[in-house]
Design a protein around this ligand. Structure first.
Ligand code: ZN
Length: 273
């Protein structure tokens, strides 16, 4: 017999064995209890809570991402709004002439030299005692009272309102510098003030700090005697004012003072060893 012929019976023998084994396995498979392997309740709970934890984490990541995108688009929208605001050149119409006249006492009658020295080259003074001079208009003008008041309002980015009654000229310059400091504040801190608004922090929560900062800025950086503001609605009553003091007050209120980053909103996975 040649080896080639022997091949067939050997092969069929192997096939028989293989088929036999398959039949046994098939029988076992048919007879087997194929329900899910039994686990204890504790084991099942571990499995379920692992799934739940993963789902919770995924939901948290989605929430964080949504919050980040919202914060970022808010910040960008405010920056765009401020950029447009900076270009505005609305000029107020004179309403009621300043009873103190149309020039500041001293050798800088329109504050031009001072304004130029702080970079406020586009800023002008309007000597007006009308309703738009918010600091002057709201004051009580009774007998024995001399009124001095000013206003910086965002409706007129490049204008400072000042007015005073004759007899109180000594406060006109400090008032003017105080208003110029409000201009500086809005040039510098407006993104934070918009962020405060977005965070639901109202102006009433930081208004006193804004006023105090404007007067102290005038005292500490521009040589105004602090007595000029004593007893006013905007006293400089701090012995340790510094440039950045106002920003720190905003931060203490929870106001954002930098653009949102994705890191801030990152959710860290809970590691269960
Ligand atoms: Zn003020």
């Amino acid at each position: 017999m040649s080896p080639a012929r022997l091949w067939i019976p050997v092969l069929s023998g192997v096939l028989t064995v293989v088929l036999g084994v398959a039949a046994i396995l098939g029988l076992e498979w048919m007879m087997a209890d194929r329900r899910a392997p039994a686990v204890t309740t504790a084991q099942a709970n571990v499995v379920v809570s692992a799934f739940e934890a993963t789902a919770e984490f995924a939901a948290e990541v989605r929430r964080a991402r949504g919050a980040f995108l919202e914060a970022r688009s808010g910040w960008e929208a405010d920056a765009a709004w401020i950029a447009r605001w900076l270009e505005e050149d609305a000029a107020p119409e004179p309403q009621v002439p300043n009873p103190g006249g149309q020039a500041l006492p001293g050798d800088d009658p329109y504050g031009r030299a001072f304004l130029d020295s702080i970079g406020a080259t586009d800023v002008q003074v309007i000597f007006d005692a009308g309703a738009e001079n918010c600091g002057y208009a709201g004051q009580e003008d009774g007998p024995g009272t001399l009124v001095v008041g000013g206003c910086y309002q965002t409706a007129y980015p490049d204008w400072l309102f000042v007015a005073w009654e004759p007899g109180i000229e000594r406060l006109a310059w400090p008032l003017f510098v105080h208003e110029a400091m409000h201009w500086y504040q809005y040039r510098t801190y407006f993104p934070y003030l918009r962020a405060a608004d977005r965070a639901g922090i109202s102006e009433s929560e930081y208004d006193a700090a804004l006023e105090r900062d404007a007067s102290c800025r005038a005292v500490y950086l521009h040589g105004i005697d602090r007595s000029a503001y004593a007893g006013s609605s905007s006293p400089c009553d701090l012995d340790d004012w510094y440039d950045g003091w106002f920003v720190d007050q905003l931060i203490a209120l929870g106001v954002r003072t930098s653009a949102p980053t994705s890191e801030e909103f990152e959710v860290s996975a809970v590691v269960r060893p």
